[in-house]
Design a protein around this ligand. Sequence first.
Ligand code: LLP
Length: 415
Amino acid sequence: MENFTFKNNQLFAEAVALTRIAEEFGTPCFVYSRAALEQQYRAYEEALAGCSHLVCYAVKANSNLAVLSVLAKLGSGFDIVSGGELARVIAAGGDPARVIFSGVGKTIEEMHAALDAGIHCFNVESPLELEQLNDVAMQRNVRAPVSIRVNPDVDAKTHPYISTGLKENKFGVSMEDARLLYRQASTMAGLELIGLDCHIGSQLTSIEPFLAALERTLLLIDELAAEGISIRHLDIGGGLGVQYRDETPPAPQELIHAVRQVLGERPLTLVLEPGRSICANAGVLLTHVNNIKTNGEHRFAIVDAAMNDIIRPALYQAWMDVVPVKVNETAAVHTYDLVGPICETGDFIGRQRELAIDNGDLLAVRSAGAYCFAMSSNYNTRNRAVEVLVDGDQVHLARRRETYEDQLALENPLD
Ligand code: LLP
């Protein structure tokens, strides 16, 4: 996280002290670094130089319009999984012609919206979806660009909730079914077969599962070619992990280098759908310690962020690094459970952390740029946090903090 560094014992986002942001915007507050987002996106682009490619940022990881617009300005494509994400990409200035539409449950309305927008490709995940998309396209007198998502039955060796490429997972179609589906699709007048897609999971920390999946998908592409069905692009999905603690995931360059070696001279456009590896380490969550209490031997630091802001620890037992924003030179070091105000024992941000902190101190949860705000909720009628984007010495309000009025506005009591 080189864009979030300590200077004089204080944590900064680029050139801005995080204490200043907390004073101005309050906490909990998500802070993103434009430079970090750009750097990660460029790592992919640079590694792909000289190879026909499309990097489609997975919007689900962080869908704030400011984040999307930073990437859109760099020419990024986008991987979406809903009509809502399509609306966001368009609002952020993204090019619909560089959008691919993934997901197991696309609705007919979403298919129409995506065809209206002129997206690059639909990643189709089932026989029924293929038929529905064909019908929708025929009604509109167009051909929908299609890729079929195969499930290569490869173990991504990640948390079971975010593993997607095993045959017991709901995603994609088996290699055998894919063969039949391609044959079928090649005869459907409303479809134009352009690609083959595969995404085996998230937070992968080694290259091997990617290569195992690649080997299987290339075999299928070759078999299809022998039958006269030629595929123009291969989408290897997202999934590259990041360092939260002591993981040692490969850098984008390493992954792409290995993939390009296997691809060799094949005339395939390489499509990628990275989410986490672009934005996780481009963000932190600021939170104040509101109360320190002990229950017997146990010390709790109750902070003003909670599982509604950051559900990863509760949902995936994820370890997120938490550091004081300003070194506290007078507090003694103790072991704390960092917990939020929500009425659940699962409401923790970190457990058994050694920290020198007092009431009122400001903490930063690191690596909070991906799957944190995007998965937040209003549980316990808590307003969702404010989000800001730092650009050098400038701070841009990316999303204002919600108010109770915002929350209540959608509901109607009985008279
Ligand atoms: N493409 C598809 C089809 C996906 O399902 C996903 C993520 C991605 C791309 C992006 O994967 P990434 O590069 O971000 O790993 N909430 C979980 C992660 C869920 C991932 C879901 N799919 C977490 O906080 O760990």
